[in-house]
Design a protein around this ligand. Structure first.
Ligand SMILES: [Zn+2]
Ligand SMILES: [Zn+2]
Length: 188
C-alpha cells in the first residue's frame, strides 16, 4: 500500500511554505510520507532534490519531519574543536546584540540573554549544521542561508570548498541572477 500525505500533513507542509507545485514534485519523486523525509535527512539533500526551494522553508520542513533526537544529533557533532575568537572577530548575540566574552565558543549561549548567541547554519558542503562561522564537521565557511542553493550549484560546478564562500561574496547581482537562473533550470 502506497503511503500518501494525509490532508493534515499536506496542510502542514504548505504552512511551512511549500507550494502546491513543489509538493506535487516531491510526491512524484517518491516523497509521500513524513517518514520519507527521514530518508532525505538533511536540508542539503532536500535542496538537491528541489533546488529552487527556499532554504529557510527546507529547514522548517525537516525540523517538523525529523524525529527530535535526529535533529539534535545533527547539530551537535561529537568532536567539537574549540575555535578561538580574537578581538577583531568579536561575536555579537543575534538576539540581543550583546558582545560575547573572549572565551566564547561557537554554540555557547549568550551571557546576557541566555539564548543561542549565533544562529544554527547549514553547511553547503557536507550537510552538517551548527553555530559559528565555519562547519565543525568539514571546516567549510558557512554561506548565508538564503544563498545555500547557489553554493550547492557551485559545488556541482566543481568549485573548491574554500572558494565557494568567496565566489558568492564577490559575485555581482547580475552574476547571482544568472546563477539563480541556472538553479531554476536545473529542475527542468
Ligand atoms: Zn543575547
Ligand atoms: Zn561541512
Amino acid at each position: 500500500m502506497a503511503a500518501e500525505f494525509s490532508v493534515l500533513e499536506r496542510n502542514i507542509l504548505k504552512a511551512k511554505g511549500l507550494t502546491e507545485e513543489q509538493l506535487t514534485t516531491l510526491v512524484e519523486m517518491g516523497v509521500q510520507s513524513r517518514a520519507d523525509f527521514e530518508q532525505i535527512g538533511t536540508v542539503l539533500t532536500l535542496l538537491e532534490l528541489l533546488p529552487e526551494l527556499d532554504p529557510g522553508v527546507a529547514t522548517r520542513l525537516l525540523e517538523w519531519a525529523l524525529p527530535p533526537a535526529q535533529v539534535v544529533a545533527a547539530s551537535v557533532p561529537a568532536a567539537a574543536p574549540t575555535i578561538n575568537v580574537d578581538a577583531s572577530d568579536a561575536v555579537y548575540c543575534t538576539n540581543c546584540n550583546h558582545k560575547q566574552p573572549k572565551d566564547y565558543t561557537p554554540g555557547d549561549l549568550c551571557v546576557n540573554c541566555g539564548r543561542q548567541a549565533e544562529p544554527i547554519e547549514q553547511c553547503f558542503w557536507c550537510g552538517a549544521s551548527g553555530p559559528g562561522k565555519r562547519c565543525r564537521n568539514c571546516g567549510a565557511k558557512f554561506v548565508p542561508t538564503a544563498e545555500l542553493s547557489l553554493a550547492l550549484l557551485l559545488r556541482r560546478d566543481g568549485v573548491a570548498k574554500d572558494d565557494i564562500p568567496r565566489r558568492l561574496l564577490d559575485a555581482t547581482p547580475e552574476e547571482k541572477d544568472e546563477m539563480w537562473g541556472r538553479v531554476r533550470r536545473a529542475r527542468l
